[in-house]
Design a binder for this molecule. Sequence first.
Ligand SMILES: Nc1ncnc2c1ncn2[C@@H]1O[C@H](COP(=O)(O)OP(=O)(O)OP(=O)(O)O)[C@@H](O)[C@H]1O
Length: 754
Amino acid sequence: MSSEQQHPDFQQEIQHLDFTKKYIDVVIKTAESSKDQFQENMKEAFHDIDWLESSMSYLSLLTNARFFEMSRDELKNLKIARKKPYFARLDLLREGLEEKESLYIGKTSLYSRENQEQIIVDWRSPVANLYYEGRLGEVHYESYEESYNGYLSLKRQFMIENGQLEEIRDIDLTTTDELLQESLAKSSSNRLTEIISTIQEEQNRIIRADLNRPIIVQGAAGSGKTTIALHRISYFIYQYKENFAPEQLMILAPSRLFIDYISEALPELGVERVRQTTLQDYIQACIGQKLTIQEDNKLVRLLENADSDETKLTAWASSIKGSPVFQLILSNYIATIYKSFYPSKDFTVDKFRLFSHKKFIQLFKDDYNYLPLYRRLDKLKAVLQNDLAKKKKNIIKKIEIYYDERIERALYRGNDPEKRRQYVSDALDKKALRLAEIKKAIRNAVPAYMRQFPKKTLIQYYQNLFSDPSDLCKWAEGQLTEKEAVALCQYNTALKSKKLFEREDLALMLYLQVHLFGIPKELKAKNIVIDEAQDYSFMELLSLKKALDTDMFTLVGDLAQGIHSYRGLSSWDRVMKEIFPRATYTELQKSYRTTVEIMEKANELLRLLPYSFPEVEPVVRHGESPKFIKRKNGKALVTQIENQVARLKKEDYKTIAVIGKTMKDCRLLYDLFKEHSHEPVKLLEEQEKIPKDEMVIVPSFLAKGLEFDAVMIICLEETFSRESELDIKLLYVSMTRPLHRLFFYGTQKEDFII
Ligand SMILES: Nc1ncnc2c1ncn2[C@@H]1O[C@H](COP(=O)(O)OP(=O)(O)OP(=O)(O)O)[C@@H](O)[C@H]1O
């Protein structure tokens, strides 16, 4: 479109953009020169540094490093901003002022150095909220607990590519959000991106929801949960930049594959320093051990071998270990362990009683009850040491007095001087002996007293939990039958004999670690985001909350995609009631990923699930209907898929995935490709990175959370059955991955349930 056809303000906005870019250039230049200056300063500081004595140089080094760090961050943000300094403009007349202001909203803020006026307003700032929420006309916004009113006369969007203004568009009540439509129509790059210019009102509310309360989001597939969670972190960092470092925030993702997928969205949002990890890795860091975790292939077993007794036992053991019954069992077990630490003897040195066991128990039980068990012991050890240090002089004195009196008496005993000398000498010897004895006793007293307390490792405590079914039964207070307790003990003893643990053990171990040993301070994040939270068990969420000692969690998930529901959640109720009672709960029903045609088909599956999931509403964007294609075999199948990929690439679809129900089916297909094709293809596994340009083959359960331009769901040996809830969910997950195109490759339509 030529500029004449554009908006009447187009030229004026071009000028404004030019001005902004020039200003950014000046700031970047200054920052770069000061960077050199800082480097000079640092060099100097290093040069004449005397680490031991000159605290001044050390200090100067530190301060300069901090400035340096700040300007480097600023610089980085500004350089990114130069290509697209802002995406919207608001014209606002604030109440009480005469003139309206034009606020340009962008990814990062920029102030004029001369008069502190805002050249660019950060999208996370309070006033920018008007872009996301405010209608034209009278508006209201809050900033740092103050309320403001104003009149919003313009809301304008800019399309800027590589620093060039391409289009401007004013939005009012009647315009639909074309920008959103356009952004959704784009093809995916295999990575999540930021959406700050098109955040929708309901999403904005979640991003900006009270940062001092936990939040649970039940959101349909493609409703933007992951994206919103990342934006909320960005918002949090902005709001609390004075109080928290990004390192104090943590994202728990379902797999390393997923971390790779979201990682590129993070620097865009300025949150790359946030800790990103998986539950398994995090818990192992907390307990300070690397365990051999049995490959988490329960799902695979459930898929491939659902009817075997062994699979059923495994699924049952997983679900029970993740359920609230274990909260009861563990708290009773821990109470038993604590009681075994109540001493029955007083703390004595020789015959001297220094500290009664009752006092010890009272301190242990009450005064130090905020500490984990072994830290209480450390405290009490210090208490005994102090006590002894205070009293030991007295003890020694008493002994000295006692012997001195005897010596004194010996001096006057009898008439025979020889005998008297003997008495005195004996008494002196005894005194020396006794004093040596008592000094030794003093030295040993505390260690000897502490020796009565068992020194076990976490692993030993954990394994004891399953050593006796009758104990387990007792601790479960009737919520576990004897038979179940026996089965569970046998199950875990079998794991123990193989020196193996499974994912479900980790949460229970973490719970024990918190109560017995504690968690290193540096692992206690202050704010936690959990994606795919529906796959976490009750015990996993509870243990995390205990370990982190905060309820500042953002949980996003979708129960309809709960493919790990044998261990995960089937409802948010208990989590809200018992773990996060302060949480706000929000539902997102709109899907931004898929076309109407694809979502309509996927919705048919939701109706087959035994819970009443509301239907997902796709944002109106049409595309081709999903298509069933009768697949061929062997080499012909490979050619069939290759041709499809070629057609899709021609239509400019970039990311293409073939999804199989199980890893087994995926491997079969992958082997066929290796044998018959020269095209690059990648089989995605748990620890992989997602390639940018290759077609990927991925099993349904690993595809969760990812998205592609086009998806081909394929059934080779495995088909989807409508009798199995798990199959329905896996198919639902697979069908909600594509942005634009969906195909089913099988021998008959029925293989895909609908
Ligand atoms: N407001 C928006 N503007 C533009 N794109 C959006 C918006 N909201 C979501 N999207 C896009 O929709 C897609 C789905 O988002 P996302 O992956 O965060 O959803 P999700 O709820 O986590 O999905 P799933 O449950 O399937 O993992 C992404 O491509 C995202 O960029």
